[in-house]
Write a protein of this length. Structure first.
Length: 576
């Protein structure tokens, strides 16, 4: 067994992270308080769209007040509390306050609609929900009213509804700009909840002293492609340590100011963003409630941000914005590109055009808190643009044959598995699914296809279920995507497999063309001719405005596949 970063080449695809820096065995609340004690007046949070700024001390004061208010609602450690909102100061206050008094924060996707939010709230038994009133075309209070018409005559804190039997309190995030037509009968404004708390409430510290690092503190619903999502349950130990080691890879210090346009409801925002900063005394900067490339560019310039997070589609939108060259991004140094495979060509542009010379790549999944592999600021550029780095400290990763489970040799593709402190507590109330995901030896099976080189660098080549088998040839869509990105007119591309009577499957490419450029199918095929194997040239090519994706920027390839099957009148075929 070899350790990642050691000089001895790996004999097999199994790497163990360093252990010279010990794990943090505190709760999130206790650790945050220790950072506040070191630098109370340092800026902790800037919420640009809300015009809010908090020092570490003022953020702690507000979090303690909110923790007190939640206890006064009759909540007890272990109770589940939901948050259904885009990015704002209230979100991070809920993250800190719930952790301080042992409440389990349930992150609810702002894209959810009635059936999905009903399922999520009931699956984990949420007693209290904090929600935005509305956002663009989403009417959150309206959706809740639809599920619970009984609340029309209910008192605050005493809600009862047949379809939402556990939920007794709904808190809506109010602001001075709220429309007068909001129907808030029976619902509590966030400002009123906060006013009920006392930052000196002794119960907050008393409850905090009873909590353990191994206690579950967060539930995140994984975006499954089939069936209902599963509630990955994470502990203080899981996400606090992951946030810390992520920040270490970025070499964060109190001098850093990290722009976070990725959603807080997902690990990318709340762990790679908030907790990476708070464990290093850095400043969190939210440019807007939802992603907008122009406000990101403006915020980086105005707030002199040193770091920027994003999924590849976000970086592409920023780079290709017509006003991109107007902004001074020279303060940028680091950040993370993650969430979906990072195209090599995009990574090169981010380094050269956005001054992100020390940007890192992170790989993980919600069930591993989330990061298991990451490059660092001093990873050689060729490795940074072509891999997801090496195993994180205190973790193990291995690549195994999907059928036999045997560890494969370096350079051979197989399923990536992770073991260590970051592996989730389990799926909430679903032992069977937990056992499917985590084997008896504690390895989390990711479902991702990867390779590991002799130095321990990992490259994600696709999802096991994304792999295309054409006439017996295994094709990884990621390879074809990377090739097509090299075409000067291609802004973005996704490749999937679609059924084919002759070969079992054929490749289909969806292409977004750069503004002002033109491209047609024959030009794409000419570009491929002689450069890649004939069986890797997409049979079906479509030019689109964008891709179906989750709020976190993950491309939903299954939707592309279904759409193409419908367009082409195809049925699934099995190869012999």
């Amino acid at each position: 067994m070899s350790t990642a970063g050691s000089t001895a080449p790996l004999a097999q695809s199994l790497a163990v992270g360093t252990t010279h820096v010990p794990l943090i065995e505190q709760t999130i609340g206790a650790h945050f308080d220790s950072v506040v004690a070191q630098q109370p007046d340092h800026e902790a949070l800037v919420s640009v769209h809300q015009g809010l700024r908090h020092s570490y001390r003022s953020l702690q004061t507000q979090a303690n007040r909110l923790a007190s208010a939640l206890l006064r609602q009759g909540l007890e450690p272990g109770d589940r509390v939901g948050i259904w909102s885009h990015n704002n100061a209230e979100w991070v206050l809920m993250q800190l306050a719930t952790a301080k008094v042992g409440l389990v924060l349930v992150n609810i996707n702002p894209a959810y609609r009635t059936t999905e939010v009903e399922y999520a709230l009931n699956k984990v038994g949420c007693k209290l929900l904090v929600t935005m009133a509305r956002f663009k075309t989403s009417d959150y209070l309206g959706m809740l009213r639809e599920l619970a018409p009984e609340w029309a005559s209910a008192e605050q804190g005493r809600l009862q509804a047949q379809q939402l039997p556990h939920l007794h309190t709904v808190v809506w995030i109010d602001s001075p700009a709220d429309a007068p037509d909001l129907d808030t009968a029976g619902l509590m404004p966030f400002s009123s909840l906060l006013a009920q708390g006392d930052e000196q409430d002794p119960r907050v510290a008393e409850v905090g002293a009873t909590l353990k690092a191994a206690d579950p503190i967060n539930i995140q619903f994984t975006s499954g492609t089939t069936g209902f999502p599963k509630g990955a349950t994470l502990t203080h130990r899981n996400i606090l340590n992951n946030g810390y080691f992520i920040g270490e890879c970025m070499k964060l210090t109190p001098a850093d100011r990290l722009c976070i346009p990725v959603p807080l409801y997902h690990c990318f925002g709340m762990v790679l963003g908030n907790l990476a900063c708070f464990t290093h005394g850095a400043t969190v900067v939210y440019p807007n409630d939802g992603f907008d490339p122009l406000t990101v560019l403006q915020t980086v310039q105005d707030e002199k941000c040193t770091g920027l997070h994003g999924v590849p589609t976000m970086f592409i939108a920023e780079l290709d914005h017509p006003r991109f060259k107007e902004f001074d991004l020279s303060t940028l140094r680091t950040g993370i590109m993650a969430g979906s495979p990072c195209p090599t060509e995009v990574m090169k542009r981010v380094v050269s055009d956005m001054h992100l010379s020390e940007i890192t790549i992170a790989y993980g999944m919600t069930e591993t808190s989330p990061v298991s592999c990451q490059s660092s600021t001093d990873t050689p550029l060729d490795k940074r643009v072509s891999t997801v780095g090496v195993v994180q400290p205190h973790l193990e990763v291995k690549i195994v044959h999907p059928d036999t489970g045997a560890v494969v040799a370096p350079g051979v593709s197989g399923e990536l598995c992770t073991r260590g402190y970051s592996v989730m507590h389990g799926y909430w109330d679903d032992d069977a699914k937990t056992r499917e995901a985590i084997d008896p030896e504690g390895w989390m099976h990711t479902g991702d296809l990867a390779t590991m080189d002799v130095e321990g660098y990992v490259n994600i080549v696709g999802r096991i279920k994304d792999m295309v088998i054409r006439g017996g040839e295994n094709i990884y869509p990621r390879e074809i995507e990377e090739f097509l990105y090299r075409h000067p007119a291609v802004q973005d591309v996704q490749v999937v497999g679609v059924p084919d009577a002759k070969y079992g499957e054929e490749l289909c490419a969806w292409i977004v063309v750069k503004p002002g450029q033109t491209l047609d199918e024959s030009a794409v095929r000419d570009f491929c001719q002689g450069r890649i194997a004939h069986y890797k040239v997409p049979r079906h090519i479509r030019f689109v405005e964008g891709f179906p994706m989750t709020v976190t920027g993950k491309i939903q390839k299954f939707k592309i596949r279904e759409k193409m099957k419908e367009q082409l009148g195809l049925a699934d075929h099995k190869t012999a």
